[in-house]
Design a protein around this ligand. Structure first.
Ligand SMILES: C[S@@+](CC[C@H](N)C(=O)[O-])C[C@H]1O[C@@H](n2cnc3c(N)ncnc32)[C@H](O)[C@@H]1O
Length: 227
């Protein structure tokens, strides 16, 4: 299956540097990984591989994306840094991997493109080993549309964290050329609390990590032995 992502522009190449909120999500994802273990890690919506290729090279990497051009970028990036990565062209709703084979599934800024969250979550649950970890960061509002409300609300609450995030989100958005924004694929935003319910239905035990922001949050869910 082929899908163009932001046509002539690439999500990654249109950003001059990693914004604060992405750096934050990467560092939270790094923290959750069990230390001193060689893990099989799958990245859903791998893009150019920025997240997965930032993890220690001792792990075994798999990147899935529905866009061939993005996978080519990830391949190039992996070769540049001498890291092995298996790349899969597929949709989130159909992960062509065997049951119980993956230790950790990660994802950054991608799952809002998936319309059928319940199917995605059950696919992730299926491929994860027990115990297994699913950790993902994502936007929970339509990118760009609700910023004025967010800024006002966050500033009213006067939370330094929220202010920094909102600024970083706005800077990123302003960084992306109009032509790119127009060609952005469909987004299917779901409230994080609704996502927690869907994750529970798929079998996960879950929680939101500290640092919840109405615009961008991280959710960590675990596949555990039945009790
Ligand atoms: C905003 S980019 C994020 C890329 C990367 N995770 C990062 O943090 O830079 C979203 C990615 O999700 C991919 N994507 C969108 N819809 C998808 C789907 N239904 N199945 C698989 N990948 C998808 C896009 O091709 C794109 O590479």
């Amino acid at each position: 299956m082929k899908q163009k992502y932001w046509s002539n522009h690439k999500w990654v190449t249109c950003r001059s540097k990693l914004p604060t909120f992405i750096k934050w999500s990467f560092s939270e994802i790094h923290k959750v990984l069990p230390a001193n273990k060689k893990l099989s890690i799958l990245d859903l919506g791998v893009g150019d591989g920025k997240l997965i290729l930032s993890l220690p090279r001792t792990h075994q990497f798999i990147g899935l994306d529905s866009c061939k051009e993005q996978l080519d970028l990830a391949d190039l990036q992996a070769k540049k840094q001498g890291t092995k990565i298996k790349l899969i062209l597929s949709d989130f709703t159909s992960i062509p991997l065997a049951d119980n084979t993956i230790d950790v599934v990660v994802s950054n800024a991608s799952l809002h493109h998936g319309k059928h969250k319940a199917i995605i979550f059950s696919e992730v649950y299926r491929v994860l080993k027990t115990p297994g970890i699913f950790i993902f960061a994502d936007f929970y509002n339509e990118f760009g549309r609700k910023y004025s409300t967010l800024i006002n609300n966050n500033i009213k609450k006067n939370k330094l964290f929220a202010k920094a995030f909102t600024k970083s989100l706005c800077d990123t958005y302003n960084d992306i050329p109009m032509e790119v924004r127009k060609n952005h694929p469909e987004e299917y935003h779901v409230d994080p609390y609704k996502l927690l319910t869907l994750l529970s239905s798929a079998g996960f035990k879950n929680k939101i990590l500290p640092g919840y922001d109405p615009a961008y949050s991280i959710i960590c869910a675990r596949k555990l032995e039945a009790q």
